[in-house]
Design a protein around this ligand. Structure first.
Ligand SMILES: Nc1ncnc2c1ncn2[C@@H]1O[C@H](COP(=O)(O)OP(=O)(O)OP(=O)(O)O)[C@@H](O)[C@H]1O
Ligand SMILES: [Mg+2]
Length: 339
């Protein structure tokens, strides 16, 4: 049986898929493991579990980088393998994609699905900021101004929406992954201790960004670089927060710069409606409070923020009559994206 509709959000950290027939959302890590650089060994969560642990001849790759497809063939293999477990031939696809990327990068999302073995019936795209806003239960056609900040694994996307369209958008190419790298760097410099990306992520998730707590510690495993031996050590919350500070400030700067450029009428509405935080990083403890205090505009988060754009896509797919005009096909004659 063919003819299902899938919604896709191809993230740097996780791929999210909405299956219309089953009315369910699922996600898998954006990772693929290859053996001897030729054979596909594992995909998704299974491949990610092997990261930093795999034997020499197995390489774990992350085909998405900074919100765009960096390794086209690997990404195509990954997606095909994930969808193969389902009925995916002859289906329709709606993909949520970032706005502030080049036409070539946008086209790659389209080609990825259209020219894959999925033999897609149709492929359309929707701006991720719009899908996010619908996922936040914002009436996108009526709102006079609202800001969405999607903080993901490899990007931060800032979108200002008004009356069914995106007024301003900026994609910053840093996200959770870069925060974790900062933790790795600081622990290395400060303690001569080497930790992996997954350990850094665990530290960040445990400690969060902002709270009264200044005393917590967490025991982690790594390599003592002076002795060259594997060891366990305690890392304090202060060290982790210090590592996150600079990038959080970059994020605050980006929001403030955008706010300065917003047309006054939209800004007035935006100040009333506030900023909505989505993406997996919105789960970090204290992040909404930190941003609200730094920027001076109300910041709200939704439940399961990493699935927010998928919830929006689900609405778009289910209510084509209402939301159909927000989706585009790149083959349309009148196709035109935000300039
Ligand atoms: N409960 C949590 N606490 C803290 N951080 C979390 C939590 N859940 C997810 N994250 C972080 O969120 C990030 C992934 O978010 P998300 O799934 O939105 O990214 P993505 O869509 O794959 O990436 P992008 O949109 O940047 O391409 C990761 O860095 C992950 O560590
Ligand atoms: Mg994302």
């Amino acid at each position: 049986m063919a003819g299902n509709i899938y919604g896709l959000d191809l993230g740097t950290y996780e791929i999210k898929v909405y299956d219309e027939r089953k009315d369910e959302i699922w996600k898998e890590k954006s990772a693929i493991a290859t053996k001897n650089q030729t054979e596909i060994f594992a995909v998704g969560d299974e491949a990610y579990a092997m990261y930093e642990k795999a034997p020499q001849n197995i390489e774990v790759l992350f085909p998405m980088q900074g919100g765009v497809i960096a390794r086209f063939c690997d990404m195509q293999n990954l997606l095909e393998n994930l969808l193969r477990k389902r009925q995916f031939f002859g289906s329709e696809y709606v993909i949520a994609i970032p706005t502030d990327i080049t036409e070539v990068e946008k086209r790659a999302f389209y080609d990825l699905v259209y020219h894959s073995s999925a033999r897609a019936k149709s492929v359309s795209v929707v701006e991720r900021g719009i899908a996010d806003a619908i996922g936040c239960k914002i009436d996108v056609y009526q709102t006079g101004g609202v800001m969405i900040l999607n903080m993901g694994g490899g990007t931060m996307e800032l979108s200002v929406l008004a009356y069914g369209g995106i007024v301003m958008n900026r994609l910053l190419k840093f996200g959770g992954e870069q925060f974790d790298q900062e933790i790795i760097n600081l622990v290395r410099r400060n303690r001569d201790f080497l930790i992996g990306r997954k350990t850094a992520e665990q530290l960040r998730r445990t400690f969060g960004i902002f709270s009264e707590d200044t005393k917590s510690k967490m025991q982690i495993a790594g390599r003592n670089l002076i002795l060259g031996l594997p060891q366990r050590t305690d890392i304090s919350i202060g060290l982790v927060r210090a590592a996150l500070k600079e990038q959080m400030d970059d994020c605050v700067d980006a929001i403030q710069t955008m706010i300065q450029r917003i047309p006054p009428d939209v800004l007035r509405e935006l100040k009333k409606n506030g900023i909505y935080l989505t993406g997996g990083m919105a789960n970090l403890r204290g992040i909404a409070e930190y941003l609200e205090e730094s920027v001076g505009v109300r910041v709200s988060t939704v439940d399961y923020p990493e699935l927010c754009s998928m919830n929006g896509l689900r609405e778009i797919i289910q209510d084509k009559k209402r939301y159909g005009r927000l989706t585009y096909s790149m083959l349309d004659k009148g196709y035109r994206w935000l300039e």
